[in-house]
Every structure is written in C-alpha cells, then in structure tokens.
Design a protein around this ligand. Structure first.
Ligand code: URP
Ligand code: ZN
Ligand code: ZN
Length: 478
C-alpha cells in the first residue's frame, strides 16, 4: 500500500505566478501534496532537469464542425484530442456551431453525441450563435449559461453566419444579462464581399487572393466596431485570433480606456505570412485561414502584443481540413477559386511547441508567461480556475513535463491530427513536451500516446470572473 498513485519528483514546477523545484503527489486524479519527502507512490516519475507545467488549455478549437457542400473537417474528437495531448494540451474548448434555423439544444446534442466517450483530453464547449432568434436569446441561452456553457462567439464575417450589428448588440445584451462571455471574430463581411466581387470580375482566383480580399483594414475596422458595440451595452469582450498591429492597437487603446477587452492571437500570425498563400500548384490553399496570415511587420506586432500583455490568450484556432482531398482544401469548388477553399488550418498539437521554442527558448517570454498564455489565463477567463490551469493542491492533476533540451523539426509524420499536412513542416523546435497527464493518467509519453482509454470528459464551466466583476459593478447601487 502506497501513500499516493503518482509522484512527479525533482522537476522545476512552474505556475503563472511562481516557480520552485519540488515534488507533486497525486491521488485519484487530484494533486494532494507538494513539497519534498512526500511519501511513497505506485509510480514515481523523475522530472529532474525538466520543466513541469499545468496542462495546456486551448480555448479556441474547431472539431467535427459541419461545413456544408461536401467539406468534412479532418478531425473528430478522438483524433483532435489525441493530437492535443501529444502537443502538451490537456483541455480544449471547441465550438458548437449553430446553423441558421437550428436550436442550440439540438446543436449541443449533436456535438455531445460526437464528443462524449471519444476524448483523450477534457473538453468544454463554447457556443457559436448565428441565429439569435427571440427564443435563442430569451430562453435557450439563459438556460445554457446556467448549465455551464458560459461563453459564446459571434462572427462579423462569413456569408450565412455573420451577424449584423443590431444582432450582435442583442446577443451581447443577452450575454450581459446571463453573465456569459462574448467572443467576436472581427472582419468586415461587406468589405470582403465587395473585394471578392472585384477579384472575381478580374479572374483573380488563386489562393493568394484570400489574403488580398481580407486586408488588415477589414479586421481593424471590425475590431474597433466590436469593441465599440461591447461598450454600447457595457459587456466585456474577447477579440479572437488577432493577426496584425493595427487590430492589436485597437485592443491596447480600449484597455487603456478601461474597457474589459481580452486579446487572443495564434501561432499562424507569428510564423506564417501571406506569401505562404502564394505557393505554386494551389498549395497556398494549405494556409488559407481567416483572418489570413499577414507580413513580417504584423508578426513583430503580434509578438509585441504577447510580450506587453495586450494578448492574454495564445490559442491554436485549430480548424483542420485535409489538403489533397475532394472533401478538404482541394474540393471541386476549392480548386476553382480561393472563395470556396475551406478556411482553417491545423495547429492544436504544434501550438505549444511553437510558443515554447519561439517564445521561451528565444528569450521573448519567460516560463511563467508561457504558462499564463498557454494554460492559466484560459482557465481563469473561461471559468475553469483553479480546477484547471495551475499546479496546486486540490487542482486536477493535469500536468505536462517539458524537456527544454529536446530539439527537432515539426514533421507531419510525427503528428496525430487527421489532416494530411502541417503548415509548419520542417520548423525547428527547441523544447518539446515529453509527458502529458490528464487527471492523474499519463496519456502521452515521449511524444507518443500511451494507449490510455478515452478518459476525457466534458466540463461545465463557471461564469467568467471578468463578467462577474462587470456584473458586480453594474449591479452596485449608485
Ligand atoms: O479560418 C479559420 N479561422 N477558421 C475557423 C473559423 C474561425 O473563424 O475561427
Ligand atoms: Zn473566427
Ligand atoms: Zn476559430
């Protein structure tokens, strides 16, 4: 009989606010002690010389999302979550996308049917509202927020899915009343459609024109508008997947005015540019995502946003499609025009190695900021803290061990997602995760799945503390 199930010994344990060399004792999936000379365990993992961090949380992921027109997403929940844990992420927040005319209950039922019992990581759903009917806003969302679906995203772009400003305001008002957190995809759909029309008139149809029809200004304008709309109804807002300096500066300015605005950026905006969309033989399709990757100056601006705290979230926006596949990027329509190439790239497995290598190893951020950006801030913002996002007594034993000395390239052959390519093929990485543990079970070791059964489960979330603070201020008399 041992004292604990597992002890992780001798590692440098890093949280967002402190770091120390110590042991971690785990029983029944929970961290029960931290320190030295803790006792005996069925398994002791020696982490000497390694970095021990809270399991990564990726709060922006698309999995098994219906796309229409014969397009099929490359990951279901099994492959998407396997890919996540192999890249050091133990919790993901995927979106449940409402189709026009669909009730949110129906959407959630469909997604739960796909996810439940099929996950290697824990999951917790956001909702994407595309049809804010009186029933959705007045009945469904209030009930679902109570049940732990405490965040929703709206699109300002994508034909058939974008909301008009009055609909965004009504959805934001619902968020204010129910205490949910709003996430907004900021691109000006009317300007994009106008530019697409002009490109089509001139037969400019190659993948690279995805970028020129979605220039920085359409993102900057929409970011300004989303922040302004949030101010009209006085709600906090998360600006997702920010790609460039001017949009970043809108968030910085809003924060300086005292607005509760949170910025998120993603690996593609640090590592890719619009030139990647200009590859021969339609290969640029591999890099089509929205907003599109920009240029070297934008990459520098996004790093500045990370380093200066304008961006609190570093997410993947994992949205995988196979490339060489009639149901993916090279669908019959996708081969004809950039307009029909499915938007999105894979990245749930490469997100943290890229942040570690380009951020920590290159001295742009320290380990504690790495933990904040990769895990703690997501847990705090989306109502999972302190159950997730921290190595502390009482928290879930979601723990990842990193080897800063392990180096090598990202290769598609080494990844576990369902896509047939990675946009980062050959990118050299210094520092890889070597062990992932979900609630006490080792799910990845030496970069490979351990074969642990599908233990991931869906998590109901608390309301965001950001919203609660805003509600408190609003509710206080006088
Ligand atoms: O191109 C992207 N980002 N696809 C995913 C959907 C979204 O807008 O986040
Ligand atoms: Zn989006
Ligand atoms: Zn997305």
């Amino acid at each position: 009989m041992t004292d604990f199930d597992t002890i992780i010994a001798n590692g440098l344990v890093v949280n967002a606010d402190e770091q120390q060399i110590c042991d971690i004792a785990i029983r029944n999936g929970i961290i029960v002690a931290m320190g030295t000379n803790l006792g005996t365990a069925a398994r002791t993992i020696d982490a000497r010389g390694k970095i021990v961090v809270p399991g990564g949380i990726d709060s922006h992921v698309h999995i098994a999302q219906p796309s229409g027109d014969g397009i099929v997403m490359a990951d279901g929940f099994a492959s998407g979550t396997l890919s996540a844990v192999c890249g050091g992420t133990t919790t993901i927040l995927p979106f449940c996308l409402q189709q026009k005319g669909q009730s949110l209950r129906e959407v959630l039922k469909d997604y739960h049917a796909k996810a439940d019992g099929n996950c290697h990581a824990d999951v917790s759903f956001h909702l994407i509202v595309t049809d804010p009917t009186p029933n959705v806003l007045g009945q469904e969302l209030p009930a679902l927020v109570e049940e732990g679906y405490t965040s929703f995203k709206v699109f300002m772009t994508y034909e058939g899915m974008r909301l008009y400003d009055d609909e965004i305001l009504a959805t934001m008002d619902c968020a204010r009343e129910t205490g949910a957190l709003m996430m907004v995809h900021c691109e000006n759909e009317d300007a994009i459609r106008y530019l697409i029309g002009k490109h089509e008139d001139q037969a400019r149809l190659e993948p690279k024109y995805h970028a020129t029809t979605r220039p920085q200004v359409v993102e900057r304008e929409a970011t300004h508008r989303a922040i302004s709309l949030a101010e009209v109804v006085d709600v906090p807002v998360v600006i997702v997947h920010v790609s460039n300096g001017p949009a970043m500066l809108e968030i910085r300015a809003a924060k300086a005015r005292g607005r509760a605005v949170v910025g998120e950026t993603c690996p593609q905006y640090l590592m890719l540019t619009a030139d990647d969309l200009d590859m021969a033989e339609w290969e640029g399709a591999k890099f089509v995502c929205s907003p599109p990757p920009r240029d070297a100056e934008s990459q520098i601006a996004c790093w500045e946003g990370i380093e200066t705290g304008v961006f609190d979230l570093f997410s993947s926006d994992h949205c995988p499609f196979r490339y060489d596949d009639p149901h993916g990027k090279l669908s019959p329509d996708g081969k004809r025009s950039f307009r029909w190439i499915p938007n999105g790239i894979p990245g749930v497995e490469t997100r943290l190695p890229i942040l570690f290598s380009e951020g920590v190893a290159k001295g742009r951020i320290d380990l504690q900021r790495f933990v904040a950006l990769s895990s703690t801030n997501h847990a705090k913002l989306y109502g999972l803290y302190p159950r997730k996002g921290v190595i502390a007594v009482g928290s879930d034993a979601d723990i990842v061990i990193w080897d800063a000395d392990k180096s090598g390239p990202i290769l598609q052959t080494g990844l576990h997602h369902g896509a047939d390519y990675t946009p980062y093929e050959g990118l050299h990485i210094n520092g890889w995760p070597v062990l992932s543990m979900l609630r006490g079970s080792v799910v990845m070791e030496d970069g490979e799945p351990t074969g642990a059964t599908l233990i991931g489960k869906h998590l109901a979330r608390d309301r965001s503390p950001l919203v609660d603070v805003a509600r408190l201020l609003n509710d206080s008399p006088g």
